[in-house]
Design a binder for this molecule. Structure first.
Ligand code: DGL
Length: 265
């Protein structure tokens, strides 16, 4: 290990199938400005959402190995609901020494916010079909009605910054979950259960109307990351702003354009 990579100065790894995890990185940087981050977009193998567990598990294992072996990360944020659902338990078992945070659709916070007790959940097909989401849903289904909507193609459209397709798919999927609004019988809360969808926030809010609350997971994930780093004695004490390294298994230009567009990087 090099001197510059010793202890708390080592970066936190953040991983997604593509640009979606940048929505989590945005919150991480806001809450942990002194930390350095290595963001890895597995865009050469994206999208994950319609590929099945075995594929997502294999890719997650490869990415975690690379982040540990080459970049010496001190903690990992799996900024992808699909990879968390398929593989977080395996990563935990295989890397017991690595502080690890995953993301999952925010069903519990939605129950706390919803007045009509009707909650829409947009996620990839992989997340919707996962045992992890099923268990979470079953534990809460007495408290609210959830409309689970698999959104085939939407993460890919956001990945490719294809505005026409994003608009068409958002319209199709929100229509399928309607009626929206704050009156009894209407869906008043929308959970964004895929990190890519945070970048379609304005489009979705316009479609469902001003009375509907949208929920994404960046802030709680950043808080949990801070707690884990502090508990492990690995938080960066230095005040100097941390660095961000952007890596991808696909082409670099779209990732850099997205980081510039959404994070000002
Ligand atoms: N951003 C990912 C998630 O949160 C998945 C996108 C994809 O299908 O690759 O689920």
């Amino acid at each position: 290990m090099t001197e510059s990579h010793a202890g708390a100065a080592r970066p936190v790894g953040v991983f997604d199938s593509g640009v979606g995890g940048l929505s989590i990185l945005r919150s991480l940087r806001a809450q942990l400005p002194a930390e350095s981050f290595v963001y890895l977009a597995d865009a050469g193998f994206a999208p994950y959402g319609e590929r099945g567990d075995a594929f997502v598990i294999e890719r997650t294992r490869a990415v975690v190995r690379q982040l540990r072996d080459v970049h010496e990360i001190k903690a990992l944020v799996i900024a992808c609901n699909t990879a968390t659902a398929a593989a977080v338990h395996l990563v935990r078992t295989e890397h017991p020494d690595l502080p690890l945070v995953g993301v999952e659709p925010a069903l519990k916070p939605a129950v706390a916010l919803s007045r009509t007790r009707r909650i829409g959940v947009m996620a990839t097909r992989g997340t919707v079909n996962s045992g992890k989401l099923r268990a979470l849903h079953d534990s809460l289904k007495d408290q609210a009605e959830f409309i689970l909507q698999p959104c085939d193609g939407l993460a890919d459209a956001i990945q490719n910054h294809d505005t026409a397709k994003i608009n068409a798919l958002c319209e199709q999927y929100t229509e399928a979950m309607a009626p929206w609004g704050g009156l009894p019988g209407q869906v008043d809360t929308l959970v964004l259960g895929c990190t890519h969808y945070a970048f379609a926030w304005n489009t979705l809010q316009a479609l469902v109307g001003p009375d509907v609350r949208l929920i994404e997971t960046g802030e709680p994930v950043a808080r949990q990351t801070r707690r884990l780093l502090e508990a492990a004695g690995q938080a960066q004490a230095d005040d100097a702003p941390g660095r961000v390294t952007l890596l991808t298994t696909g082409s670099q230009a779209p990732l850099e354009a997205a980081a510039h567009r959404w994070l000002g990087l």
